[in-house]
Design a protein around this ligand. Sequence first.
Ligand SMILES: [Zn+2]
Length: 455
Amino acid sequence: MGSGFFMDSGERGWNERVRHLRKGRSVMSKTLDVLLHEAEQRQEELIDLLKKLISFQTPAPPARNTKEAQTFIAEFLRKLDFSVDMWEVYPNDPNVVGKRKGASPENYQSLIINGHIDVAEVHEDEEWEADPFQPAVRNGHVIGRGAADMKGGLAGALFALQLLHEAGVLLPGDVLFQSVIGEEVGEAGTLECCRKGYTADFAVVVDTSDLHIQGQGGVITGWITLKSSQTYHDATRRKMIHAGGKLFGASAIEKMMKIIEGLQELERHWAVTKSYPGFLPGTNTINPAVIEGGRHAAFIADECRLWITVHYYPDETYEQVAKEVEEHIQSIAKGDIWMRHNPPTFEWGGASMIEDKGEIFPSFEVDAGHEAVKTLMQSHAAVLNKPPVVDVSPTVTDGGWLADAGIPTVIYGPGDLENAHSVNEKLAIKQLVDYTKVILAFIHQWCHQPKHESL
Ligand SMILES: [Zn+2]
């Protein structure tokens, strides 16, 4: 089993649940067994769908290039009787939300399937075996930009929905499919869906997780600015720093050194005092990523800005860690004579690394006791004959925004992080087919589950 996650239920409890699902399945639906078989039989169609998605060139940056791919997905969903909402988040970067209304949506559980259509950028000097946007199949893998992150997840979920539709399965609960833009550059594609009011009883982000069921830590970026109320010429420096000079001023660049030291101190304190299962100690880093300051060699630097990236654990919020950083830095500022009069200011987050130079990926925890998580675990175990690993993603996904909107959420997708963003990015076809079967079983089971015990 490997994962200590199942310790509370124990091996016997686990097997019991899987047996129960299998028995339940054969009683509940012969269709599902047939469909799982079909997913294997028709894997060439699934591979073609993945290749089609990869062939749309959607790298971000530069972004603003997803319209064609999103139109394809919108059309795909319409053919499956989804009603489609497509709107531009940025020019040429529309979001797509498709909704397949259930037969009895008030009484049965609903589901959001969420994935991003943009892919990591391809640098000119990357040495790919072939064109990253002309996908190839080699040694049981599909190779191309986005195969692992995360057009494989999108293809698997779309194909599962297609199989359900073609078999004439009308699910009792609603299914929403969200294909969003901008994830790779911290853009608010998923946040926009949440702001538009799209919600469900549960959400699966089909991003790269190597078929693990995952929560995630969070990331927030911020700018710390020091600004002098006056600008001084370089020649005044002697008066500013030597006895008898009588000029009360300072270089914002030199004062920023104290702030950077303070951030290192807080980072060490967090590493010592905070932890979360599944993360190496000290994963909660504060990176001074970019610094800009000063105006010209002929002046004392009257402004300095530091761009930081803060990583935090799933049981913390971005508001909370931002507050901790601010409080610590302000107390350092109070201990400095100049900064006491020229305190640092903070700007946190942003809705795009391209437009705002800022991003937030909220964290979230997996609630292993939630009915949907149990159903997903059971679907995985029943289809693949082994229990799933439930852990935390070492990276971040859009799942944070869904969880932030109050929707219980997990990440569950094919592909591994070694391949995400890599040269010759690839996805094993076996895993893609396995994934499609599990997500198909899960969609089927979850949307057949009554909202209330009494039903
Ligand atoms: Zn991704």
